[in-house]
Design a protein around this ligand. Structure first.
Ligand code: MCF
Ligand code: FE
Length: 404
């Protein structure tokens, strides 16, 4: 048992002052230090510097670890040119990203206070690094393929990757399923995968309505995707429409990434199915996809959480950076309220969306916690200050173990 003695605790719903936390793998009790010392006699007491703040470790629900080799290869500014650049550089990017490259990405997340991440695994090349990562990992095996003729082969490969991820037996590692997107996964494949989700109660995610090209292709089999599908995949029309796609997910609380171009009917469906939107503001900007209307999501009562996406569409895997960009991007929202929502989105809300027992400094929760060195006493605007000032992260605990 250990007792940590910060000056302040952000739970994240409340700011506590003068309380300490007794924990092993989980948080046992939050109370004044003297009380904890009496109750947990032999516990180690961790002393901290003045103005230290304890808060939940951050949760990055969407990242593509296998794409971590990209720095300047991929073309930014517009979705379709980006996609062509992915296809052109794919082998070089994926093969150029060995375990060392991926471990570096995972370690950079740890350094920036990320104690859980959702890895979208396209090929299973990241399994080893994710299995060994210090963080909790929701390992989303991706299913992709729009051609019915390829369905069997693609599904066999997907099942092999899913099985490999199930053979990882460690605390905090959760095999899961990602459906790439409505334009790239054939309904036959989606149905087969969803049966596994249902039978094995796995977590589920998908990219949805990221670009106008996607919107136009799914609605009208037209727009910027037309040449791509005709020339590369010999496909003249879309394999599904958005409502058909969403229908597959009814009854499964799904994490849908991007959702920038969704219409009101689709948002109603998201809301009634209790889906969560994963918002990746930097990725959206860099791929020319515009700005997610988070106010509209809130009006529809849809939970949204903030994530980085991969280094395929970002320059950093850092949720503080991501929140800062979001704070400036959504300039129509009240500043403090948005800052509080952002902090909650990468802690408590992300944990609930991923179904993990974390994201809060509360009794019974996993001891996933970070310590920040504030430079003075926090005030009512702490959420804004946390996002603006990039305070030093002095300690990172994951399941009670000191990892930084
Ligand atoms: O999230 C970004 C942009 N949207 C879609 N896909 C990806 C992103 N970063 C990497 N990808 C991967 C995706 O998982 O790119 C591959 C898929 O395996 C090809 S389709 C763009
Ligand atoms: Fe993505």
């Amino acid at each position: 048992m250990q007792i940590i003695t910060p000056d302040y605790i952000l739970t994240p719903d409340m700011l506590l002052c003068g309380m300490s936390v007794a924990f092993d793998k989980t948080i046992k009790k939050i109370a004044p230090l003297e009380e904890l010392k009496k109750e947990f006699g032999g516990a180690d007491v961790i002393e901290l510097k003045k103005n230290s703040l304890l808060m939940p470790g951050l949760i990055n629900a969407h990242v593509h670890i296998e794409f971590s080799a990209n720095k300047t290869q991929l073309s930014y500014g517009d979705f379709i040119p980006w996609l062509y650049s992915v296809i052109e550089n794919r082998d070089e990017l994926i093969n150029g990203c060995d375990d060392t490259c991926m471990a570096k990405a995972v370690n950079s997340m740890l350094e920036s206070g990320i104690t859980t991440f959702g890895a979208i695994s396209s090929h299973g090349m990241d399994l080893n690094v994710c299995a060994k990562a210090p963080q909790n990992v929701v390992f989303f095996n991706e299913l992709i393929g729009s051609q019915a003729t390829m369905a069997d082969a693609l599904f066999t490969d997907f099942l092999a990757r899913l099985d490999a991820s199930k053979s990882v037996k460690r605390d905090g590692f959760y095999p899961a399923i990602a459906i790439h997107s409505p334009y790239s996964v054939h309904p036959i494949l989606i149905k087969k995968a969803l049966r596994i989700v249902r039978d094995e109660k796995l977590k589920l995610t998908a990219h949805f309505m990221e670009s106008s090209a996607e919107r136009d292709w799914l609605d009208k089999s037209d727009g910027d995707f037309k040449d791509f599908f005709e020339n590369l995949l010999k496909q003249s029309s879309s394999i599904s429409d958005p409502s058909e796609f969403l229908e597959h997910f009814s009854g499964y609380e799904t994490l849908l990434t991007h959702v920038v171009k969704a219409n009101d009917d689709e948002l109603k469906t998201l809301s009634s199915n209790r889906h969560t939107v994963i918002h990746c503001p930097i990725s959206n900007r860099l791929l020319g996809n515009g700005v997610l209307d988070v106010k509209r999501l809130q009006d529809h009562n849809i939970r949204w959480i903030c994530a980085t996406d991969g280094l395929s569409s970002n320059y950093k895997l850092d949720l503080f950076e991501e929140m800062k960009c979001a704070l400036f991007m959504h300039s129509n929202m009240p500043l403090l309220e948005l800052a509080k929502n952002l902090i909650r989105s990468v802690t408590k809300d992300a944990a609930n969306a991923l179904g993990i027992n974390s994201g809060e400094i509360a009794e019974g929760k996993n001891a996933d916690m970070i310590v920040l060195a504030l430079d003075n006493e926090p005030n009512d605007e702490l959420a804004v200050h946390l996002i603006l000032h990039r305070y030093n992260i002095s300690k990172v605990y994951i399941n009670g173990k000191l990892e930084k």
